[in-house]
Design a binder for this molecule. Structure first.
Ligand code: COA
Ligand code: AMP
Length: 650
């Protein structure tokens, strides 16, 4: 059991401002870096304060603060309540799609979390067990996450937009004892009934969770399986209170699956101690927040942005977080974000660039903005995909606040490169994520592992060790962790992105070097889509590539070759492929089109020229590799593609 926290023993940290990027830039030796991170441990409350900063143990895992003991739910809730801040608002829930608004104080949120933690414990969930959370953007999703953290259970939130097949893959990989869900989510003009999707996933998966807890929402009957399915409200009515248990710093807090290059998603593991330090630190040095201020991350709890900046960082840091169940547009209009900013006095807005592209399309002159007072807003942070300079300039001009493009990944859990607004703000450059954040030693390497000079483009890597908060491994798959991220360049973590530093040391991200694409800020695998395309029995081979889209940044396009002698018409094949991708991955995959060609362009070793085709279709400058097998095939394919996409380069 956690020791009772005594107000007064814990020293309020001094400002991080003195420990930002500038100080770290001078730190060259690893032992000094370690001292730097050790100097931050007092920023959060530990049940047992760590004496060691970092350990690469015999199991090959990277452990931050290995002998520290703490509880993340305690840090996010009890800590603030015990410090007399129980009546401050923890969550503002704003749901235009259900016309609901409510506020939850830290005390009320703690009460709910204590009860759900008690419930999970009563249903047999113990420290180290896994729980899958498949929920829309409702307060109960956050309560579930924090309740797991409270009892040391490992949650895995699955984005509601994923289809049953994707959910089943995750159920089989992390083998949860319990799944927590809700009867439905609400999209712009329709409801998405989650429970039948979960039932279908549990039918498809080999692993069958013991129980389902369902948060019922109004006006939809749900079929419950007696003995397996329990009603959230009924359980909460009779639940007692569960105190936070002690967990080791390196114990897993959550697993978050993310797309890799194949159909099998990677289970990114997050620890407790390193994560808590990173979350706390980033709120001040990157986002320039102060406890009590309002942070609005317009993402979804199913993504890493939701984990870090809707839930953990704002609550650990004592801010108010906005939980928004709606879209940037059409719920009801392009002024939705401005309304939230005015109504709740949001200081920092964080969203994907696609949201502002959608707002700009519907309201290019900012007429909606003129209806609201957004003077509380100090920053707009963008991440999840490339910010195009047009959107960047438009947002700067319109909002008249710094627009900060920052770069990170599910794996790192927080920004690798950013303009650190709370520590050492720098002049911004459109198209750049500014400079590496404290603790991320970013380098650009060529294929052979030579470090490149400023201005030269290559693979972006991070010198090990990664700072606190980053993944120590993949769930149940340390071998895949090493082969995916560490073995390419020994001593470095391979980010999967390409880019370069300019002459001033600003980092520019050029895009993925693998088969991962970003559709409206949602990370998806084209390799997985190719596997699904191949399930159509008419298809001999295919290449799925991410092509530029005005709103979503990228959308997938399938270029397919049919088997000889196939008499099925192309429209039926296209319908089948589109349907399969939607059925297996989810509607978010948004397959743009299927293009039928006779052959695919390849190198002499048989590698399909995906990158060259993508650049040509997007009308970018491209180079054809000297190893191309038959250049006429590329011309042939582009002639077909050009009919659908006239922007294709000649
Ligand atoms: N649950 C179920 N279905 C979902 C879903 C969810 N949580 N989110 C999206 N979908 C469905 C949509 O209903 C839609 O289905 P449809 O094809 O049947 O209409 C499909 O997936 C595509 O949705 P979306 O990608 O949201 O496109 P859109 O055209 O409806 O909206 C934007 C466009 C730009 C407004 C929207 O993509 C957006 O808000 N993007 C921001 C994304 C974001 O915050 N990402 C987080 C990264 S930080
Ligand atoms: P995810 O793991 O879903 O957060 O996606 C991470 C990927 O999104 C990165 O590897 C990048 O390819 C892309 N990404 C995230 N932020 C940015 C950014 N600011 N600029 C360009 N690409 C980005």
């Amino acid at each position: 059991m956690i020791c009772k926290f005594v107000v007064g023993i814990f020293k309020e940290p001094a400002s991080y401002k003195q420990s930002g990027r500038n100080k770290m830039e001078q730190v060259v030796h690893d032992d000094e870096k370690m001292k730097f991170w050790m100097s931050l441990v007092d920023r959060i409350f530990w049940n047992t304060k760590p004496t060691k900063v970092y350990d690469k143990s015999d199991d090959g895992l990277y452990h931050w603060f290995p002998d520290g003991v703490l509880n993340t739910s305690y840090l996010a809730l009890d800590f603030h309540v015990e410090a007399g801040k129980g009546e401050e608002t923890a969550i503002i829930y704003d749901s235009p799609v259900t016309k609901t608004k409510s506020k939850l104080s830290y005390r009320k949120l703690l009460e709910s979390v204590e009860k759900m933690a008690f419930t999970l414990d009563s249903l047999g969930v113990k420290k180290g067990d896994t729980v899958v959370i498949y929920m829309p953007m409702i307060p109960e999703a956050l309560v579930s996450m924090l309740a797991c953290a409270r009892i040391g259970a490992v949650h895995s939130v699955v984005f509601g937009g994923f289809a049953p097949h994707e959910l089943a893959v995750r159920l089989d990989d992390c083998r949860p004892k319990i799944v927590i869900t809700a009867s439905y989510g609400v999209e712009i003009s329709k409801i998405i009934p989650y429970k039948p999707l979960l039932d279908e996933a549990m039918h498809l998966s080999s692993h069958k969770p013991d129980y389902v807890i369902l948060k019922s929402r109004p006006n939809l009957e749900v079929i419950m399986h007696t003995g397996r399915d329990f009603d959230w409200d009924e359980l909460m009515e009779t639940a007692g209170k569960k105190k936070a248990v002690n967990v080791s710093s390196g114990d897993p807090l959550y697993i978050l699956y993310t797309s890799g290059t194949t159909g099998k998603p990677k289970g990114v593991v997050r620890d407790n101690g390193g994560h808590a330090i990173a979350m706390h630190y980033s709120m001040e040095v990157i986002y320039d927040m102060k406890p009590g201020e309002v942070f609005f991350a317009a993402s979804d709890v199913g993504w890493v942005v939701g984990h870090s900046y809707i839930v953990y960082a704002p609550l650990i840091y004592g801010c108010t977080t906005v939980l928004y169940e709606g879209k940037p547009v059409r719920t009801p209009d392009a002024g939705a974000f401005y309304r939230i900013i005015e109504e709740y006095k949001v200081k920092t807005l964080f969203c994907a660039p696609t949201a502002f592209r959608a707002i700009r399309k519907e309201d290019p002159d900012g007429k909606e903005l003129s209806k609201y007072n957004i003077s509380s807003l100090k920053y707009l942070f963008l991440a999840g995909e490339r910010t195009d300079p047009v959107t960047y300039d438009w947002a700067c001009e319109l909002l008249k606040v710094p627009v900060v493009d920052h770069w990170w990944q599910t794996e790192t859990g927080w920004a690798i490169a950013a303009n650190m607004m709370g520590a050492s703000p720098l002049p911004t450059k459109a198209g750049s994520a500014t400079k590496p954040v404290t603790g991320f030693d970013v380098r650009i390497l060529d294929e052979e592992g030579h470090e490149l000079n400023h201005g030269e483009k290559g693979n972006i890597v991070i010198k090990l060790p990664l700072p606190p908060g980053c993944l120590p491994t993949l769930w149940n798959d340390h071998t895949n962790f090493e082969s995916s991220y560490l073995s390419h360049y020994p001593g470095y973590y391979l980010t999967g992105d390409g880019g370069y530093f300019d002459e001033d040391g600003y980092l520019f991200i050029l895009g993925r070097i693998d088969d991962v694409i970003n559709v409206a800020g949602h990370r998806l695998s084209t390799g997985e889509m190719e596997e699904i395309v191949a399930e159509n029995s008419s298809i001999a081979e295919s290449a799925v590539i991410g092509i530029a889209d005005e709103i979503k940044g990228q959308v997938p396009l399938a270029i397919v070759v049919c088997k000889d002698g196939i008499s099925i018409d192309q429209k039926s094949i296209e319908f089948d492929i589109t349907h399969r991708i939607r059925e297996k991955i989810g509607a978010i995959a948004s397959l743009k089109a299927v293009v039928f060609v006779k052959r695919l362009p390849k190198t002499r070793s048989g590698k399909i020229l995906r990158k060259t085709m993508r650049k040509m279709i997007d009308g970018e400058t491209y180079s054809v590799p000297s190893t191309i097998d038959d250049p006429s095939i590329l011309d042939e394919v582009m002639d077909v593609v050009r009919i659908k996409f006239p922007r294709t380069s000649n």
